[in-house]
Design a protein around this ligand. Sequence first.
Ligand code: SAM
Ligand code: DTB
Ligand code: SF4
Length: 334
Amino acid sequence: MPSSDITLRHDWTKTEISSLFELPFNDLLFQAQSIHRQNFEPNEVQVSTLLSIKTGACPEDCGYCSQSANNDAEVERERLLPLDEVIEKAQLAKDNGASRFCMGAAWRNPTDKNLDKVIDMIVAVKGIGMETCVTLGMLTDTQSQRLKDAGLDYYNHNLDTSPEHYGNVITTRTYQDRLDTLKHVRDAGINVCSGGILGMGEERIDRSSLLQQLANLPEHPDSVPINMLVQVEGTPLHGVDKIEPLEFVRTIAVARIIMPKSVVRLSAGRTEMSDETQALCFLAGANSIFYGDRLLTTDNPDENHDQRLFDKLGINKKLGTIPADTGKASCACG
Ligand code: SAM
Ligand code: DTB
Ligand code: SF4
């Protein structure tokens, strides 16, 4: 059974993290899996479903993103979705076995008027008995508090890459802007979901540096999404050298070791990964995925494929913890 008496460190040095990366692969995975078992049920994976509630025409210039107005990717722009459509999609996700519903908007930051509408969505999705997560861009402290008061469970805001590589990828918001939003979310008492993207032309030292930033936050993020870049035609990062699968697995393992109690999500990029690579990611300590055949604007493996993979590996979906609005039943959305 997982035990809880483990000390969480917030003083990791780059040298220490680099040494973990350099361990023989089997030693690294053995260490990561051992730590995983001390803190989590080893054969349990949490599943979330994503929905883009506002798509495209984003003023930011993130070099990886299909939704930036600065990039030439072909995405169908959509205004903020109506509430009934969001509820319908959330119910479908729940019926398909997801325990959390994550809603993403292509904004630099939400206006207060848009936040009102997102709050209605959060209340409705919680009402059907799912955990909620939103990713809306930068937030003020007041906006974070409003989301907390609405009952939001998680806010996703990624650091994306190392501070050193960051300027090669994004110029319209600073690393400090991201850290400030994470502080507002944390101070409001919302669970923090923050991670990054691998395969954006960074070096191993950047991957160490990103993980160092995440682990040395005042609190480890509750959830750490590790995305593999989904290369989208028309974006500046299309065609960049891909990250080797075993290096991706190593990064998951190091995240597991230095943030032992955080849920590590094997996030975007799974359509490009073999079942064997994904199995190694779970062995390295990943214990969450996005479930459903769509991420925000790009494809994800379909549920049947993922269920077959879980069956082959003996993995169970983690049950949700949010009670349905009857106030009686625990979510059995497994
Ligand atoms: N617009 C908001 C923001 O950026 O803060 C929220 C939505 S944004 C799409 C959420 C995250 O998705 C990004 O921070 C990035 O880490 C990830 N992401 C976006 N495009 C991606 C891609 N092509 N491949 C992998 N991850 C991606
Ligand atoms: C995260 O770290 N990954 C998700 C979620 N948070 C919002 C987004 C992945 C997006 C992949 C590209 C797309 O579908 O547009
Ligand atoms: Fe906009 Fe978010 Fe895409 Fe950046 S990642 S361009 S902020 S939608």
